[in-house]
Design a protein around this ligand. Sequence first.
Ligand SMILES: [Fe+2]
Length: 345
Amino acid sequence: MIFRQLFDQVSGTYSYLLASRKGGEALIIDPVLEKVDRYLQLVRELDLRLVKAVDTHLHADHITGLGALRDKTQCVTVMGEQTKADVVSMRLSDGDKLAIEGLALDVIYTPGHTDDSYSFILPDRVFTGDTLLIRGTGRTDFQNGDPRQQYESIFGRLLKLPNETLIYPAHDYKGETVSTIGEEKAFNPRLQVKSMEEYVEIMNNLKLANPKMMDVAVPANMKVGLHQEEIARRGWAVTAVEALALVDKPDVALIDLREHSERERHGIIPGAIHLPYTRLQENIAAGGMLHELARSTSKQLLFYCAFGERSAMAVQAAQDAGVASAGHIEGGIDAWKKAGGPIMR
Ligand SMILES: [Fe+2]
């Protein structure tokens, strides 16, 4: 496995670049906007291809690099389903896998620091976001934080992992880089409590000032979505309501860009061809399956995904590859469901 821990000194944030090898797919956890060029340089130097950018939760102390990384690499942006961010390409739930080629992280919902906090687990390590820090825990006094939920997330979930599991948090302010579950159980002062009530008492009396960046970072991090208007302005989008009348037409090929797990959890639009977004490029280039389908049958390609972000990027890629009939369903299957569209499970 390729693993890099990257640090942003200004906000004390750790970001993590992960990859296996073969085709070089990589993902990054908790990227910071100001460091995006550095991440991309490293990705190039290691001959990797960034396919996912993930935030453990909506950050209050720095602006996320998710949007900028997506705009520069067309990667998929990922957060938990509870997030208040306007659009991320893919939303995870407890029990899902966060996967790239050769790597699959177990996704667990660990609310408490915020109500959208997640942790990601590999066999030997866990990325805890701000839920569990080294000799500390994330504050619970804003963004729908809740010390009771955090106690459950830490004692009920994270501390159940094997003692030797490495902990990689989203922050450290003292220069610590890594810990283990066993070490934190023994030495994290906030975890030396006899009950949930004792933990809540500690967390409710921290009397911390708000993060300096909070008033800037939170609103910015809630607006990370791709601007789908530009795709619509060029006539490459249909609304979910318009799509209702289109999908049964023989001259329309409906293409589902989501991953297998998303299709299982949220259902599919009947009749759609499944083509995961990560395999789009090879299919849309001249000689690729979709390219030839569009050319030889004059079928209109109509992409959709979860919220319209991957499909908007797919439309652009298809148009760039000369497929003039490519369009997408604005707002994805989410909008489709809201418009009363049929779903198959
Ligand atoms: Fe945080």
